[in-house]
Ligand binder design. Sequence first.
Ligand code: GLN
Length: 195
Amino acid sequence: MVKIGVLGLQGAVREHAAALEASGAEAVIVKKVEQLEGLDGLVMPGGESTAMRRLIDKYAFLQPLKDFAAEKPVFGTCAGLILMAKNIAGQDSAHLELIDMTVERNAFGRQVDSFEADLMIHHVGEDFTGVFIRAPYIMEVGPEVEILSKHNDRIVAAQQGHFLCAAFHPELTDDYRMHAYFVKMAKEKKKETVA
Ligand code: GLN
């Protein structure tokens, strides 16, 4: 069984842990750097990316997260996606800079704070209910990034190698297909590493 961490500094942590367990993984809520040891993958949840970054700095997680990501799969949702982006529109600096993409925060406007949309997600399936909450969207991706889903012509899910991201909250529905896909990525990576 693969062991997947959920970064537990802020945000929708428990829901991700439950979705991972329902997808056949052991879930660990990660609050300390040492807990990254021995994990086969990590989920970075939604919440608020600037608040999360402050906590990442406070608990000295930045470099350990980058080192972890160099070897293991990472899945970021909503604020987690923002943390993974190489560029953030209107900001001079980004955070972990894992995925070659430019994101815009709170991209769907104040009028539509939250909404649900029916999505088609490559590798995952159709009729996936995307729950968007003050969501970012992906404006642009580099050549190594595979676009997995679009909503109204805006990119809302993508993958680059062992990095997966979604602008919405797959942990807030009981459809675990996207978590199952990430668990599969983690299993494949583990097999590769052991072989
Ligand atoms: N708007 C938030 C941010 O910029 C993300 C919202 C979310 O994770 N639901 O971090």
